[in-house]
Design a protein around this ligand. Structure first.
Ligand SMILES: *Cc1c(COP(=O)(O)O)cnc(C)c1O
Length: 371
């Protein structure tokens, strides 16, 4: 699905130099590369504060901790996302309220958010799934109307432009806090775990900087309960190097996606990814919808032909065993349920060659007798 090796080989000398530098300095925790990456990312995203942390799941937890929510407060988010988004809500003794997604863009339906708001609702977490923005133009006014905080899950969409009202903005910088992950396979990935929160709000930034550092501003003086969540210096040095290439990484993904689109758009039983009118798409995943119950059969056929593919996500979160206590028994979030039986993601990364793409699309066409 991803080819981290070829990307490393292509950027080897730059990355090796950055890593060697850290090894020589042995400043492994909060070394100079962390500050450097932080300020370069602030500049890239055009956001006032970046708070690096240990991983994307921590970033979401840190964001929610900074919002001062009370046990039992409700947080509305998507049922069609990676588990991390919802896990942290439950871990903080808040109540996840899962909402259905648009069947074309796979992102939250603003009307469904509004319908789910109660007197206990405190926050919304829109997920910019697969590399495309949720409908922030509709979500932000709802948040304002009901005085709710917005935490953007930008783990799959770092660097993606969104036309917010009339301004082109980076996703993750529109709500109160944006969160991202630098997991190796993400669009900006390090060589281990990493994550960050972003905000334009000085008070939230100050609080998140304390939370990641055991609730402390001054060593051994702790004002609030925090956690230990840091981006290693080594990972920061790698990310600082790779950040310079992020736009190019995203363009390479878009180029591969255009190939897939062009070759697959005329197959009746396939639906290629829909494009939002407001958001760019940076293709963290290239996700097809396979109609007529042919998804699993197509996936097996690809496997026989040595082509990897993945189902993101096979079970919507409201149907996960871990979340049964949070859901009404007969809740039906029909779009997400249907999607989980239709979606199929194809290999997507920065190093896909024309030969590989051709092999993948010809195999798919052969399956549908569409040559
Ligand atoms: C990857 C991901 C996360 C979690 O990031 P980690 O760094 O793996 O903890 C959260 N949300 C979404 C949507 C993700 O894709």
């Amino acid at each position: 699905m991803v080819d981290l090796q070829s990307q490393y080989k292509r950027l080897k000398s730059e990355i090796d130099d950055a890593m060697a530098n850290v090894l020589e300095q042995t400043n492994f925790i909060n070394g100079p590369a962390v500050k450097s990456f932080q300020s370069n990312l602030e500049e890239y995203l055009n956001v006032k504060h970046v708070i690096p942390c240990g991983n994307g799941t921590d970033a979401l937890q840190i964001a929610l901790m900074a919002l001062d929510l009370q046990p039992g407060d409700e947080v509305i988010t998507s049922t069609f996302t990676f588990i991390a988004t919802v896990e942290v809500i439950a871990l903080l003794k808040l109540k996840p309220v899962l909402v259905d997604v648009d069947p074309d863009t796979f992102t939250l339906i603003p009307e469904e958010i509004e319908k789910s708001i109660t007197s206990k609702t405190q926050a919304i977490i829109p997920v910019h799934l697969f590399g495309q923005g949720a409908e922030m133009n509709a979500i932000m006014p709802i948040a304002q109307k009901y005085n709710l905080s917005v935490v953007e899950d930008t783990a799959q969409a770092i660097g993606c432009d969104y036309k917010f009202n009339s301004t082109i903005t980076k996703l993750g910088t529109i709500g109160d806090i944006g969160c991202t992950s630098f997991f190796p396979s993400k669009n900006l990935g390090c060589f281990g775990d990493g994550g960050a929160c972003f905000t334009n709000n000085d008070a939230l930034a100050e609080k998140m900087r304390m939370i990641v550092n055991h609730g402390s501003k001054k060593k051994y003086y702790h004002q609030i309960i925090g956690i230990n969540s840091r981006l290693d210096t080594l990972q920061a040095a790698i990310l600082d190097t790779k950040l310079k290439h992020l736009d190019n990484f995203n363009q390479r993904r878009q180029k591969a996606a255009s190939w897939y689109d062009q070759e697959l758009k005329n197959i009746e039983d396939l639906q290629i990814p829909s494009k939002s009118s407001k958001s760019d798409h940076i293709f963290h995943q290239y996700t097809l919808k396979v109609k007529d119950g042919k998804r699993d059969e197509l996936q097996s056929y690809l496997k026989e032909n040595n082509i990897p593919s993945m189902v993101y996500y096979p079970v919507p979160l409201h149907e996960q065993e871990a979340f049964t206590e949070y859901q009404d028994k007969d809740i039906s979030l029909a779009n997400s349920e249907t999607l989980s039986s239709e979606v199929l993601s194809l290999p997507m990364h920065t190093e896909l060659t024309e030969e590989q793409l051709k092999d993948i699309t010809t195999t798919i066409k052969r399956f549908f007798n569409h040559e």
